[in-house]
Design a protein around this ligand. Structure first.
Ligand code: GLU
Length: 305
């Protein structure tokens, strides 16, 4: 039987030193000043336990991990019609690239690239008076933490520098794949990226994906097939152009964000979140990815023998 707590302590020892190989996101001051030595790890399991190590309760900017939860919300409100707005193909380009958007006549390749997340945000802005508030609410319910919220300073900094995201939105608008005023959607998208959560919060929030779409109380967040499809997208596109490599090394559905968070789903077992701010060249946490890889190896031995 795997001693998960012992495993977390060992993985923390092994992975946290790798952080110095990466670089902290520097595109806005609020992210540039994050402690590069911060390192947290949490595992929530389907039997109701949570295991933690390091800075597992320190809130960090979830950035692109928010795209996972905006996709969940879009599935809840629009069902399969969301795929009219965005594809589900992997991409070998960076998270904020616009090249394929032009080639794809304004339909982004997947919901985890910035253009895809913006198309989803546009869809949600059409349905909610405050879509970023709806994502915060979903995260509060799933994590059981009523105090989590977005960081206004990060949101403001994101909006100031959101030139590429605005360009992507305008390009989609020119193709007829964007309904709302660009600035309204960008403001909401920047706020969703600026949501602050801890590793504990995110491991608990992602747990339903390991449980066929049902939350801890048994309530369906997504249908089983939709949950499995979200996991498939995490596998094929969750770490951008490095997704093939992550699928090879971690072998499990994984979503990263430039705030240094990494979320991995271990189907029928639990969900993991690692946090370490320094990033690799494709925008994922160096030590965070190594931590989930090491944990995945240990946990899969337990799940599959
Ligand atoms: N706020 C970031 C952006 O839109 C999110 C990118 C990420 O976490 O990969 O540029």
């Amino acid at each position: 039987m795997l001693d998960i707590q012992e495993c977390l302590e060992r993985v923390t020892q092994q992975a946290r030193g790798l952080a110095r190989q990466g670089r902290v996101a520097s595109y806005i001051p609020a992210l540039r000043h994050v402690d590069p030595d911060g390192f947290g790890l949490a595992v929530a399991t389907l039997d109701g336990r949570v295991y933690e190590s390091g800075d597992s309760r320190v809130a960090f900017s979830i950035q692109s991990i928010s795209k996972l939860f905006s996709l969940v919300l879009a599935y809840q409100v629009a069902g399969d019609s969301l795929w009219e707005r965005v594809g589900r193909l992997p991409s070998s380009n960076q998270f904020n690239s616009l090249i394929e958007l032009e080639l794809g006549s304004g339909k982004p390749r997947n919901p985890f690239l910035n253009p895809g997340a913006l198309a989803i945000a546009d869809l949600l802005v059409s349905r909610y008076t405050q879509m970023e508030g709806a994502i915060v609410q979903l995260l509060r319910e799933l994590s059981g933490n009523p105090g989590l919220d977005y960081d206004l300073q990060v949101a403001g900094g994101e909006f100031e520098g959101a030139h590429r995201n605005k360009a992507a939105a305008h390009l989609m608008k020119s193709f007829g794949n964007f309904s709302n005023p660009v600035d309204d959607v960008i403001r909401a998208y920047c706020a969703q990226c600026a949501i602050a959560c801890s590793c504990r919060d995110l491991a608990l929030a992602a747990l339903f994906l390991a449980n066929g779409g049902a939350d801890r109380g048994g309530k369906l967040v997504l249908e089983a097939r939709q949950a499995q499809q979200v996991c498939a997208l995490m596998m094929s596109s969750g770490t951008y152009e490095a997704s093939g490599e992550t699928a090879f090394t971690v072998g499990l559905p994984t979503k990263s964000g430039v705030g240094g968070g990494v979320v991995t789903v271990v189907p029928r077992f639990g969900a993991v979140c690692a946090w370490s701010p320094p990033l690799d060249g494709s925008g994922s946490s160096v030590a965070g990815l190594k931590a989930v890889e090491l944990l995945a190896i240990a946990m899969q031995k337990t799940v599959f023998g």
